[in-house]
Design a binder for this molecule. Structure first.
Ligand SMILES: [Zn+2]
Ligand SMILES: [Zn+2]
Length: 402
């Protein structure tokens, strides 16, 4: 094993926007809560870096085999008029990006028990502490130390800590999940590793629908707004969980096709409907025989548009779950929630609750096949080309193969 590896590094200037107040800790550590207020002129570079070395007993060195490009990764290098990155969240640069990945265990620290070299694994992206008040209440997706700018031990893999768009990545045992069982189902390492790289985004949808919103009964009607990777996972999971009709709305033709392939019973283009003078909510009412959808999943990141549509197509007892992220306010007529006995749930993250385990089991059982959403594959050396394509938003998922 040579001592250097190829990796994709994200750099930017630390240039807090005039008038934006950073805390003393953010100024000192550059672990900032709102990336879009601080990082200017972001750029990606393929660089040689030393292969990370195991330093603590619970660390695992993973040879990365598949890593997906996430919307957040694209938002790192997309900028506003003033040259600031669009990504609005926790970041500490420079950093090797990449957080949706799978690989093979190369080496383990002396205390590691859960995995051994040769195991196929994936990892959570949220580096939660397990000790803070939120973690002890079971809310690891809301870990206080993860979000604390003065705490450099915890954070997010590929955002504040070197991630997986590299030949190797170092992760603590507590965040790792074995995916050997997927290999048994799909028959090849390559397909299992690709599926494994999709466990993280799929878990975001799983957490939202089943943990946060408490799921739905088999036979339910589910509406999924937006069919990017998160919406597509919501569609596949809803079918696997016994939804009798899944109704999806998506503007991109490629993604509409994927929505069908992954299990949606009805797929509509909101623009096309608009041209015909039909609103999306009317389609839901029509398809559900006037009853409305029992679960609405917001995965479009456009709640100002989707939520008013949802409010007009709620079944009695319906749930709305908000996954898509958008810095937009939404006005809601709460009377509707009362009359329909409806609830709204906000969801963030993918960790905890055994979510990764359940998603892996669904993949290993063949109940969901998320590899259908991968529409482009690139070797890591061509990562910059892959990002060029990513910015065009013509794919389901682009996967890099280090
Ligand atoms: Zn992601
Ligand atoms: Zn914590």
């Amino acid at each position: 094993m040579s001592s250097k590896m190829l990796s994709l590094l994200l750099r930017a200037e630390f240039a807090p926007r005039p008038g934006y107040q950073l805390s003393e800790a953010e100024l000192r550590t550059h672990k900032v809560r709102e990336g879009n207020k601080v990082w200017r002129n972001p750029r990606l570079e393929l660089v040689e870096k030393p292969i990370p070395r195991i330093q603590r007993g619970d660390e695992v060195l993973i040879r990365v085999k598949a890593v997906g490009i996430c919307g957040s990764d694209l938002h790192f290098v997309e900028t506003d008029e003033e040259g600031y990155m669009i990504y609005p969240g926790l970041t500490r640069l420079p950093v090797v990006i990449g957080h949706e990945f799978a690989g093979v265990v190369e080496d383990v620290g002396r205390e590691v028990r859960y995995v051994k070299p040769g195991d196929l694994v994936t990892s959570e992206e949220m580096l939660w502490c397990g000790v803070c008040d939120s973690c002890r209440r079971g809310f690891v997706n809301h870990c206080v130390r993860l979000n604390d700018p003065s705490d450099l031990e915890y954070g997010e893999l590929g955002f504040t800590h070197d991630g997986a768009m590299a030949e190797y990545v170092l992760v603590r045992e507590r965040y790792i999940w074995k995916i050997n069982s997927i290999r048994e189902q799909v028959g090849s390492d390559e397909k299992a590793l690709e599926a494994g790289s999709l466990v993280e985004p799929t878990s975001v949808s799983y957490h939202a629908i089943f943990n946060r919103a408490g799921g739905f009964k088999p036979g339910a009607y589910v509406a999924v707004w937006g069919a990017g990777p998160i919406g597509l996972a919501a569609i596949a999971l809803s079918k696997a969980a016994g939804a009798s009709k899944v109704i999806a709305f998506e503007v991109s033709p490629v993604r509409r096709e994927l929505a069908k392939n992954i299990g949606a019973d009805y797929v509509f283009d909101p623009y096309e409907l608009q041209q015909k003078g039909v609103e999306p909510w009317e389609k839901i009412v029509e398809v559900t025989g006037g009853e409305g959808a029992d679960m609405h999943v917001e995965a479009a990141g456009a709640p100002h548009y989707t939520v008013p549509q949802m409010l007009k197509s709620l079944a009695i007892g319906a749930k709305i779950v908000q996954i898509g992220r958008a810095p937009k306010e939404v006005s809601m007529y709460l009377e509707v929630l009362q009359v329909k006995r409806a609830q709204v749930f906000g969801s963030q993250g993918h960790s905890g609750w055994g979510t990764f385990k359940h998603v892996i089991r669904l993949m290993a059982a063949g109940a969901i096949d998320m590899t259908k959403i991968v529409t482009s594959r690139y070797p890591l050396e061509k990562a910059l080309e892959a990002f060029e394509r990513g910015h065009k938003r013509v794919d389901g998922k682009i996967t890099l193969k280090p």
